[in-house]
Design a protein around this ligand. Structure first.
Ligand code: PAF
Length: 286
């Protein structure tokens, strides 16, 4: 595996790799790899003759007062994991390489970027779409792999790729969970033992919503109320949002019959966690 820090060098290495035939898969990451990331790398390996990954803690997607400075970083441990998963090219640029002095261009998916996490983290999705569009230009992947845990991010990136004519297929891989249901996240490392136990409340709330939906409840308001009740009953946990939205547009839904994304974000102590489930369309729709 070649580790590359320069955008120009990465661009020519990707071109050379593509020249050997077949598509190039890209797995963008911010490092601190866990099983969720490994599942993306394995999906890329299974579908693409060659795999590139990026490791870049993107300052543009963190707001003031967020965890940019203390975001978990373990370059050597991550490098070994990328290598073990068969990544050919690892792009790990310094911040000045991605955002040279004088950079002024931002990419935003208007309307969607302000929904869900975008409401409580202004500028977050604009930071994501800006860095991912730069990665798409540098790597020119045929397929790019993202996790369903960041369902809003995946929907926004799919729209960005479509709107900006990126010739890339956005592949979204299932959430990987701990045995007790907690969705894997690099931020789980922040949790103390008691917080770690409380953190399962996000999935418990989603399961409650799922049970009600499977029982025939289609009113988004009723589902949201039931999910919120579970979260607010957990001491030390502060709900940011629990919403029922259209999985493609992220617009709030009143009814779930045509399928819905149920997304939750909550602070467990000082750590903000997110999770979601998808409710399939019901046979009668509506
Ligand atoms: O999902 C992430 O880890 C990040 O948002 C991404 C896509 C690597 C962009 O920095």
């Amino acid at each position: 595996m070649r580790v590359i820090t320069s955008a120009e060098e990465m661009r020519s290495a990707c071109r050379a790799l593509r020249g050997q035939g077949g598509g190039l898969g890209l797995v963008p990451t911010m490092g601190a790899l866990h099983e969720g990331h490994l599942s993306l790398l394995r999906a890329a390996r299974a579908r693409c003759p060659a795999v590139a990954a990026s490791l870049f803690v993107n300052p543009l997607q963190f707001g003031p007062g967020e965890d940019l400075a203390r975001y978990p970083r373990d370059f050597e441990g991550d490098r070994r994991k990328f290598q073990a998963e068969g990544v050919e090219l690892l792009f790990a640029p310094p911040v000045e390489e991605m955002y040279p002095a004088g950079s002024r261009t931002l990419v935003a998916v208007e309307g969607m970027s302000e929904r869900l996490c975008g409401r409580s983290r202004p500028g977050h999705f604009r930071g994501v779409t800006t860095v991912v569009s730069k990665l798409f230009h540098i790597v020119e992947p045929g397929l790019a792999f993202f996790g369903q845990k960041d369902a809003a991010q995946a929907a926004i990136l799919r729209r960005m790729a479509r709107d900006l004519n990126f010739p890339v297929e956005i592949v979204v891989c299932p959430i990987v969970r701990e045995p007790d249901g907690l969705a894997m996240s690099s931020r789980n490392a922040y949790l103390g033992p008691a917080e770690r136990r409380s953190a399962t409340v996000l999935y418990r709330a989603l399961r409650r919503v799922q049970e009600l939906a499977q029982g025939g409840e289609r009113s988004a308001a009723a589902l949201v109320a039931a999910g919120r009740e579970v979260v607010t009953a957990e001491a030390g946990v502060r709900l940011d949002y629990l919403e029922v939205v259209d999985p493609d547009t992220l617009e709030p839904l009143a009814q779930t019959g045509r399928g819905a994304l149920v997304a939750v974000a909550a602070f467990v102590g000082a750590t903000r966690l997110i999770d979601n489930i998808v409710l399939p369309p019901s046979p009668a729709g509506g």
